[in-house]
Write a protein that binds this ligand. Structure first.
Ligand code: FAD
Length: 287
C-alpha cells in the first residue's frame, strides 16, 4: 500500500472542503469494508483518505410522521439490523440486514458506503428504491436531493462527484394498505453476497394496485425497476395468473451475467420466482 494522508474532519462542510482541496486524489472512508479491500488490491491508490466517522450528525436514525424514516450515512448495517425504531417502522430493513454479509462486515460497513460503492451485489438499494427513497447529498456548493435510483450509473459507478458526500437516506411513510417484501437468494457455494435480490412494494386502492414497485438487484450493473411488470399490475386486482405474468415479465427486465453465482438463464429464473413469491406475499399483507 502506498503512503497517504489521513484526514479526520468533524463536520460535513469540513469534509467537503477537504475533498474539494484534494480532488480525485482523495477518497471518503466510512467503515472501510470496501475501501480497504480495494486499497490492498492496489485498485484504489488515494493520496488522501477522508475518514468521516467523526461526523456525529451522520450517525442518526430518526422518524417523523410526515417525513418518514431518515437514516444517516454512517449508520452501520448492524445498527440498522438492531434498531428498535427501524423494527417498529420498517421491519423489512432489519430482516434484510440479518442476511447481509457476516457480523464483522455488518459491524464495519455503513449504509452510505454500501450505496456509494456502487457495488452491484448488495441489498439495501433495492429496498430503498421500492420505498421511493431519496438521498441527501452535500458538496462544497450546497445540498441536493435525488431519488436513490439516480445514484447508480454502472458497475461501481455513481452520480456522486468526487467532493460530494451522502449524508442520509430519507424513506417517506407508506400510505395505508401498503406492504413491502425483500427476498434475496444466495447460491449455497457463495455465502456472502446475493445472486439476486428482489424488493416488491405495493400500495392498494381497495383491492387494486395503486402503486407497484418491483426492484431487481444483483442481476445487472445497477439495481433496476421492472417498469413493464409494474405497469402490468397497476390498477388491477392481483390474481395468481397476473402475478405469474408479471414475474415472467420482470425476469426479462434485468441483465444478469453468467458467473460463479449462476448462469444468466438460472438468474432470470430465480428473479421470476422471487418476484412471484414477493408479489403474492405483499398483496396479502396489503389487503
Ligand atoms: C465479504 C463481504 C460481504 C459482503 N456482503 C454483502 C451483502 O451480502 N449485502 C450487501 O448489501 N453488501 C455486502 N457487502 C458490501 C458491504 O455492505 C459494503 O462494502 C459496506 O457497506 C461498505 O460500507 P463502508 O462504510 O465500509 O464503506 P467504505 O469502504 O468506507 O466506502 C465504500 C465506498 O463508498 C465511498 N463512501 C463511503 N461513505 C460515503 C459517503 N457517506 N458519501 C460518499 N461516499 C462514501 C468510499 O469512498 C468508497 O468508494 C459485503 C462486503 C464484503 C467485504
Amino acid at each position: 500500500m502506498k503512503n497517504f494522508d489521513y484526514l479526520e474532519p468533524t463536520s460535513v462542510a469540513e469534509a467537503c472542503a477537504l475533498l474539494k482541496q484534494h480532488g480525485s486524489e482523495a477518497k471518503v472512508f466510512a467503515g472501510g469494508a470496501h475501501v480497504t479491500i480495494l486499497m490492498k488490491q492496489g485498485l484504489y491508490q488515494p493520496k488522501a483518505l477522508v475518514n468521516i466517522k467523526k461526523i456525529a450528525e451522520l450517525k442518526r436514525i430518526e422518524f417523523d410522521p410526515a417525513e418518514g424514516l431518515t437514516i444517516g450515512a454512517l449508520v452501520t448495517h448492524r445498527e440498522l439490523e438492531t434498531s428498535a425504531l427501524v423494527r417498529d417502522r420498517l421491519p423489512v430493513l432489519c430482516e434484510a440486514e440479518r442476511e447481509v454479509a457476516n457480523i464483522r462486515v455488518r459491524n464495519m460497513g455503513t449504509v452510505g458506503g454500501n450505496l456509494a460503492s456502487g457495488e452491484p451485489l448488495t441489498d439495501l438499494s433495492q429496498i430503498f428504491i421500492a420505498l421511493d427513497g431519496k438521498l441527501k447529498i452535500t458538496g462544497p456548493s450546497g445540498q441536493r436531493t435525488i431519488p436513490v435510483e439516480e445514484l447508480f450509473l454502472d458497475f461501481y459507478t455513481t452520480s456522486l462527484a468526487d467532493d460530494e458526500i451522502i449524508t442520509q437516506v430519507a424513506l417517506p411513510p407508506l400510505p395505508p394498505k401498503s406492504g413491502i417484501e425483500y427476498i434475496r437468494f444466495s447460491s449455497s457455494s457463495v455465502v456472502d453476497k446475493p445472486s439476486a435480490g428482489v424488493a416488491v412494494r405495493l400500495s392498494l386502492d381497495e383491492e387494486a394496485v395503486r402503486v407497484g414497485r418491483i426492484v431487481l438487484g444483483c442481476v445487472g450493473p445497477t439495481p433496476v425497476r421492472a417498469r413493464k411488470a409494474e405497469a402490468l399490475i397497476t390498477g388491477k386486482k392481483l390474481t395468481a395468473e397476473l402475478i405469474a405474468d408479471a414475474a415472467a415479465m420482470a425476469s426479462q427486465e434485468c441483465s444478469p451475467s453468467s458467473d460463479l453465482r449462476g448462469s444468466e438463464p438460472y438468474k432470470r429464473a430465480i428473479v421470476g420466482t422471487l418476484v412471484r413469491r414477493a408479489l403474492a406475499a405483499v398483496y396479502q399483507k396489503a389487503l
